[in-house]
Design a protein around this ligand. Sequence first.
Ligand code: SAM
Length: 223
Amino acid sequence: MKQYNIDRKIKNNTNYPFWFSMLKEASEVVNLYELNSIVDFGCGSGGFTQLISHFFNNLFITGIEIDERLIAGCRKINKNRRISYISHKKMSSLPKVDLVFSQEVVYTQESLLQHAKEIFEILHNGGHYIFTIGCHIENPTWAVRRNKIRSSERYPVFDYSLQDIADAFYEAGFRVMVKKLPMHAPMKYVPQQDGEFSSISDMIRSSEEFKFLFIMLKPRFKS
Ligand SMILES: C[S@@+](CC[C@H](N)C(=O)[O-])C[C@H]1O[C@@H](n2cnc3c(N)ncnc32)[C@H](O)[C@@H]1O
């Protein structure tokens, strides 16, 4: 997976390095060319859905968002008939999918168990939920970041440990796998008076040491 011919508009997003890294890691574990339908849960402004289709134009991709303004924005910029965007309210009417991704969304969920169950429900047996998480209580930059996110974003923020996450997904019926998320793309540093990170070392530390990739498998057969 090479990056040089990816659209600038996708690469300009500060979350691009995480999207690219998650997709590259996922493609090592799952044969994305053999899949048909996937979801990006909490798709935000839709950049990750566009990145997925850049590499895997065999896939039907649904971005799910709770924020209606973001859905409207995603629909406005989308020119790809294989990508669609729906509200979280409509999620239960979606046919089952092969794979769900999310990038830094799990910490915004009020109940981990309920979230794990709703994703379990929309996956085919043998499907995966693959997500990143750097916003957790083991990350030493989290306490400061959390307060900044709380004051600048519309979504809620919760304090979870990696153990809380693993336990909730296990209880929902997933096989739980985890690894560090290696960074496969350079991160963009912009000096900011009141940004999420207080310095470039803070940003590197948070992403290189404390950002994890969970790979949850919905077993093919009940054990
Ligand atoms: C930290 S942002 C990450 C956005 C995007 N994944 C990215 O990497 O740029 C979390 C997103 O999850 C969305 N979100 C939170 N709860 C949601 C839910 N229940 N259903 C769908 N989207 C949700 C928020 O509105 C927000 O856009």
